[in-house]
Design a protein around this ligand. Structure first.
Ligand code: SF4
Length: 204
């Protein structure tokens, strides 16, 4: 078994006692992943409702190019589609928290490496503790694996709620998959169906 990463452990311990402003400031200057820290423009800490507990936390994989430029999550093409489909399902993004498993853009939009996910997990864990959303929607396989484990198969895990740390967690396709397979593709249909189910669960 691989020994725990001391950098990940130290980050998790530090984050575990932070309030939101302290966490946001600390994450914004984090250099725990040297390759990502050297290449990024912004650490994308996440969007949260202006006031109150989010009805839903939406968790993606990592920032893309537009997110890296702006410092905000899901604002590129995937974000535009997500906003559209959330609206069609009757969910208001302003009432949700929008976060990522990894908060710095991996170069070339590659999949985040395991040590990067491990190191950034301390931030996300503390964000979820502080926000305490009753429901979580994991978008894409990396995010689904973060909640449900490395053997997760997206097509099998979607369509029902999973109980994780006292929260109801749904998983579904990332909007980028819906874009890649087109408006008539299976990922978009699944995403639409899953958002409708979640909207009914968390209340429109
Ligand atoms: S990805 Fe996360 S852990 Fe890695 S440098 Fe960025 S904020 Fe820090």
């Amino acid at each position: 078994m691989r020994a725990p990463d001391p950098v990940a452990l130290e980050l998790t311990e530090r984050a575990a006692v932070m309030d939101w402003p302290t966490l946001a400031a600390a994450a914004s200057t984090c250099t725990a992943c040297p390759e990502l820290a050297a290449a990024r423009q912004h650490v994308v800490v996440g969007d949260v409702p202006v006031s109150g507990r989010p009805r839903l936390a939406i968790i993606g994989e990592a920032p893309g190019a537009t997110e890296d430029e702006t410092g905000r999550p899901f604002v590129g093409r995937s974000g535009a589609l997500l906003d559209q489909l959330l609206g069609e399902a009757g969910l208001d993004r302003a009432e949700t928290a929008v976060l990522n498993v990894v908060k710095c853009r991996p170069p070339g939009n590659r999949t985040p490496k395991s040590p990067e996910v491990a190191r950034c997990s301390g931030w996300l864990r503390r964000q979820l503790d502080l926000l305490d959303p009753p429901a979580v929607l994991a978008l894409g396989l990396s995010s689904a694996k973060w909640f449900l484990g490395p053997g997760t198969v997206l097509g099998q895990a979607r369509g029902r709620a999973h109980e994780v740390d006292g929260r109801r967690v749904w998983v579904t396709y990332h909007p980028s998959a819906a874009i890649r397979f087109g408006p008539r593709g299976a990922p978009r249909a699944a995403l639409v169906e899953d958002l409708a189910t979640i909207a009914a669960e968390v209340g429109r």
